[in-house]
Write a protein that binds this ligand. Structure first.
Ligand code: ATP
Length: 564
């Protein structure tokens, strides 16, 4: 296969393709993708330019070329005037080569990339650079092409060379903009390059099992059929319950694996049993880093860091939201890091049309959801987020009653059940997935049309990640957030995110949500949670019968799983 020819092909596709990528978006759930409702509240004229620049998948190269040709007259008004395109930068070439700081600055400007640090390496302009600049493994490149990745997204243009130069990286880019590939690809190359069989080299930490399993799949797809020497294939593992048992019982040796992907607790458990030695790890990646270093996980993240004792350990932190606390942590644990911010820090993906719906009270939310259905706005696949397991279950029953093709995922469901539901949702069997925040981060369902926040998320970050389950990989998406009188406090950060990403917020909603000083303090202290009334329009006696039936079905499913 002529790698150069194939890598260049991607740019050609971008020229005419709606999505600007030749990805496999036409497969799976994508087939059911239908256009979202008219009357967008997002694209106001004044925000058009901003939106265009942040629409990475669709416009990166178009914007970039236009800017280079026009001396960037049309780009960000506030930015300093740019120098004309340097003679060495062939703007008519389909594969862009970045060979000096000036060209790098222009490229960064085209996708609003802010990259800082000492002696920052140049970004890549195309995947061709992987061959010319980094002598990439040819099998890895073939796998990249077979995965239909032909042109890097901005976070990949920046993240890949930084990692390949061995730098610690703190990276922030919008949801669905290709952060996974940005850290998986250089990791694979570095592990392949090192070749030596010296134990575990790469470790990727994710806050949820679902996300860990997704990253594992992406890694194995790209690492397929790669041999480190004639006999030994590159070995990548998901630290599942069964693998952890095998390691603990010495049925398999930890030396066998080159890369492991895990959630924090499971990893720590295996390390504590001395069944996995992390001292040989050279590359440690925290995906959804702000979550992994928040109150819930920080001790575990620290413990993992302490167990990775190689003095040359390279650290990467990635998320769509990087609060200042994480920046401080990054500065304290990283050596000479490169900080990459694509677009606005903590902003929603601009492909998502966002809407707030005031429902008055809890009953009003059920009315609002039924209204969305009646008015044809409820276009599957749909994900609905609620704040607790009890509420997720309750809404599930309500919507079942409406004969909707729904299922529900929360922490009480077994991993096998969760996997099955996700597969059924991906294949289109389930149209509407009700869930708690367990699926709010990282999970990549390509064709989701609508995200409904049935309950207001408790922070701007949670909101950005939840709605980021739609509008991925260059697609459009829509997000609707229900709120009631009780949510006055919690809705304010969401309004800020909406405004920042160019969504319209009605004046009265904005005024209604203005906070007093006391409220602001309460929000800072995390006291914004509200007591909500139960979700239901169904009489108690009917509910009781339904619950009994559900318990019987659950018990039989569990029995069947145990028999399997
Ligand atoms: N260079 C590329 N060309 C085409 N498609 C890509 C490219 N890179 C990534 N994608 C696709 O874009 C989608 C989103 O990527 P990914 O899951 O890595 O997003 P993310 O930035 O990690 O999002 P989140 O913040 O929600 O975790 C995936 O379906 C992925 O396959």
């Amino acid at each position: 296969m002529d790698i150069f020819q194939v890598l260049t092909r991607g740019a050609n596709v971008r020229k005419s393709g709606r999505l600007g990528v030749s990805g496999d978006f036409s497969k799976g759930t994508a087939d059911r993708n239908v256009s979202i409702l008219p009357g967008s509240t997002r694209k106001q004229d004044s925000d058009h330019q901003l939106t265009k620049e942040l629409d990475f998948f669709r416009n990166k190269r178009t914007v970039q070329k236009a800017e280079l040709q026009k001396g960037e007259e049309t780009s960000m008004k506030s930015a300093p005037a740019a120098a004309p395109a340097p003679a060495s930068l062939d703007v008519n070439s389909e594969t862009l080569k970045i060979s000096n700081a000036e060209e790098a600055a222009q490229l960064r400007k085209s996708y609003m990339g802010n990259v800082s640090g000492e002696d920052v390496p140049l970004p890549i302009g195309s995947f061709e650079d992987l061959v010319t600049r980094f002598q990439f493994d040819s099998r890895l490149l073939s796998n990249l092409i077979e995965s239909h990745f032909t042109e890097p997204t901005p976070i990949q243009c920046e993240g890949i060379p930084m990692a390949l130069h061995g730098r610690d990286v703190l990276a922030c880019a919008p949801t669905g903009s290709g952060k996974t590939l940005a850290f998986v690809l250089p990791l694979l190359q570095q592990v392949i390059q090192s070749r030596k069989n010296e134990g575990l080299k790469g470790l990727i930490i994710s806050p949820t099992k679902e996300l860990a399993s997704q990253i594992f799949k992406e890694c194995t797809k790209l690492g397929n059929k790669i041999f480190l020497d004639k006999k030994r294939p590159l070995s990548i593992a998901l630290l599942s319950k069964s693998l952890s048992a095998k390691l603990k019982n010495k049925i398999v040796s930890d030396k066998k694996y080159d890369i492991i992907i895990s959630t924090p607790l499971r990893l720590i458990d295996v390390v504590k049993h001395e069944a996995l030695n992390l001292s040989s790890v050279k590359h440690l990646i925290f995906d959804e880093a702000d979550k992994l270093f928040d109150q819930t996980f920080v001790e575990q993240a620290d413990s993992i860091l302490a167990s990775c004792r190689d003095p040359q350990l390279r650290k990467t932190m990635v998320s769509a939201t990087v609060p200042s606390g994480l920046e401080e942590i990054a500065q304290s644990i990283m050596l000479d890091p490169v900080r990459i911010i694509i677009g606005h820090k903590e902003a929603a993906n601009v492909n998502i049309e966002q809407k707030l719906v005031f429902c008055g009270n809890e009953e009003g939310k059920l009315v609002a959801i039924r209204q969305l259905i009646q008015e044809g706005e409820f276009k599957p696949p749909v994900i609905i987020f609620l704040e607790s397991i009890t509420r997720a279950k309750a809404l599930f029953h309500e919507l079942l009653y409406d004969n909707l093709n729904v299922d529900v995922i929360h922490a009480e469901r077994t991993p096998i059940q969760r996997d099955k539901i996700i597969q059924r949702f991906k294949s289109g069997e389930v149209w509407c997935l009700i869930c708690t925040d367990v699926l709010a981060r990282g999970v990549d369902f390509k064709g989701v049309n609508l995200v409904i926040n049935y309950d207001v998320p408790r922070s701007a970050q949670a909101y950005v990640h939840r709605i980021g389950r739609t509008g991925r990989g260059g697609r459009d998406g829509k997000a609707v957030t229900f709120y009631t009188k009780q949510d006055n406090l919690a809705v304010k950060p969401i309004i800020n995110v909406m405004k920042q990403s160019g969504s319209e917020v009605a004046d009265w909603m904005d005024k209604f949500s203005k906070m007093t000083r006391r409220e602001k303090e309460a929000l800072k202290k995390g006291k914004s949670s509200v007591e909500r009334k139960q979700i239901s329009t169904v009489p108690q006696v009917v509910k009781k019968k339904r619950r009994q039936r559900e318990e019987m079905v659950e018990a039989s499913k569990k029995r069947k799983e145990m028999e399997d």
